[in-house]
Design a protein around this ligand. Sequence first.
Ligand code: 2P0
Length: 355
Amino acid sequence: GSNKNWILMVTARSPTNIAVIKYWGKRDETLILPINDSISVTLDPEHLCTTTTVAVSPKFEEDRMWLNKKEISLSGGRFQSCLREIRSRGTDFEDEEKGIFIKKEDWKKLHVHIDSFNNFPTAAGLASSAAGFACLVYSLAKLMNVKEDEGQLSAIARQGSGSACRSLYGGFVKWSMGNDANGSDSIAVQLATEAHWDELVIIIAVVSSRQKETSSTTGMRESVETSPLLHYRSKEVVPKRILQMEEAIRTRDFPSFAKLTCADSNQFHATCLDTSPPIFYMNDTSHRQVFCMEKWNRSEGTPQVAYTFDAGPNAVLIAKNRKVATQLLQRLLFYFPPSADTELDSYLIGDKSIL
Ligand code: 2P0
């Protein structure tokens, strides 16, 4: 129709995810294809999530995006890949009552405005790109009436940020590295829903909210180029661990789950140290937390808590159940007490804190 006074909007929310078998290293940097499979747990959307509203209108003159209320550039290759892939899959849309008729080829000409915000401090290095790109791709797909399933959308989110493909699903998710050169089979699959193992409690102990010094993208490129351990890990270690982890999740075997999670986090950080120049993501507080959890698990005779660290010093602790989670919080407060300059409402408790 001739009505140019319309605006179509979609809002979506995506949680972040925490890898228990880590992704580290790409075989293709543009398509973001990894050198090994990975497995993650998607967090509850109440706590660490991105909310994105996407809008389209004939009045918009260019694609624009705001992140946490500040305008950011969309010129990066990763944003452009996601926008291009979604636009090319848009289908016809019509709302007769409002006089809106959009043909599938129109999506390539119409401009979008994107408004995104994180409900957690972006600076805290808590996997904001995973939730961000998952949410961007999902909301754009809904807006443009894209009919693809989550698996195919995950392959698009992957081109925004590797770990983002795993945030399209809740529960336990595997990102298969795939074989195709074009990445069509490098997608996420859900292993189990959140209801399958709902006794688990995840606690994130924020050790530092400072921005990490080496970005994941740069870090993994340097590891691929210089670390012999990374190549051994991706070929010899991860394939076996993926099978063991799938089995541990399927049977809700917490001791196996915890041993695999901790071992994989430690090996990931070992590959960082094996990189030249070495990359240090964990700090002294992180190391003390590992020591504390190992000691507790050993004294109980069977693991109570799994720990895992990403590209930063913050500990992600997974307790066997609510009772253990309560004991864990008590231990954290005892061994890592909040300092005097506590800022409770900004999640930051001095140098060592609890989210
Ligand atoms: C993971 N990390 O599996 C691993 C473990 C950090 C340590 O995925 O370059 O932001 O955008 O694909 O996904 C962080 O890397 O990197 C990450 P890109 P991404 O969660």
